[in-house]
Write a protein that binds this ligand. Structure first.
Ligand SMILES: [Zn+2]
Length: 270
């Protein structure tokens, strides 16, 4: 997970149709809050607004076609979900508990609440889970302040997830015992087997040549001339990888950065 910098101005449709919808929903809610809380009435959200092509393409640009959580490339646009960081229809503090309604309906078309996500992270794992450090602080309606909440999940647009989540090889771990890092990893299953396999392959390929050169240098069997040559190539390849790791459009950029540090430490002194 890396920090995502979205453009400041929302796509127009969110400011026109989105604002109209939000207003209509807020009026309906104010009219009969109990009916929405009990689930007797529920909101219908218009995915042709928050999932509009202009919204998707702005997210794709900001996120370089990567899932905001697992950093996999969302290869085909049709497979990418526009996901709501704060769930719009209902929320759960724990995955076992019943869905609490009505959810953050007033943020359904809110630009800062939208991200591009792979279907696995979004539908299967995150779903409506949205724990708060203190559930008592939860905003219940458009009249409440979300700024009073302390979400457990890392917000990829507002903070740097790399301060909380690091990688040991292909395995994500919570840095410095970060509770928010740990719970984000667990809830989104960022160490699910299929994803780890892709990350392992990615690492193996990315460092293949470097590992061969490292072994040669470590072996001590090279003539000094050959060793100098091998070190030169190694330095060049490492520099390439450093540049790669700084590019946010690389899949698993966060993991690549951590792996690079490890490899760097393994290069024997001259
Ligand atoms: Zn994902």
């Amino acid at each position: 997970m890396i920090q995502i910098e979205k453009r400041d101005s929302p796509p127009e449709i969110l400011e026109t149709d989105g604002v109209d919808e939000r207003r209509a929903h807020s009026v309906s809610y104010a009219h009969d809050p109990e009916a929405y809380q009990s689930g007797e009435r529920s909101f219908e959200f218009d995915d042709s607004i928050y999932g509009h092509e202009s919204v998707k393409s702005a997210l794709i640009e900001a996120q370089h076609r990567k899932c905001s959580f697992c950093e996999s490339k969302v290869t085909h646009v049709a497979y990418g979900d526009v996901e709501h960081f704060r769930p719009k229809s209902g929320h759960r503090q724990h995955s076992e508990e019943a869905l609490r309604r009505p959810g953050y309906y007033w943020l359904a078309y809110e630009w800062t609440n939208l991200f591009l996500c792979c279907p696995l992270c979004n539908r299967r794992h995150k779903n409506n889970l949205f724990p708060l450090r203190n559930p008592e602080d939860r905003a219940q309606s458009h009249r409440d302040e979300i700024e009073d909440e302390e979400p457990v999940f890392l917000h990829p647009g507002r903070e740097d997830p790399e301060a909380h989540i690091g990688f040991r090889k292909a395995v994500a771990f919570a840095k410095d015992g970060s509770t928010r890092g740990r719970r984000t990893i667990e809830a989104l299953r960022l160490n699910r087997e299929a994803l780890m396999e892709v990350r392992r392959d990615y690492l193996a390929t990315a460092f293949k040549e470097i590992r061969v050169l490292l072994r040669m240098v470590e072996s001590g069997n090279l003539t000094s001339e050959k060793e100098t040559e091998a070190r030169q190539v190694l330095r060049r390849l490492m520099e390439q990888k450093r540049q790669d790791a700084q590019r946010d459009d690389r899949p698993f950029a966060s993991m690549l950065c951590d792996a690079l540090e490890k490899v760097e430490a393994q290069i024997p002194e001259e």
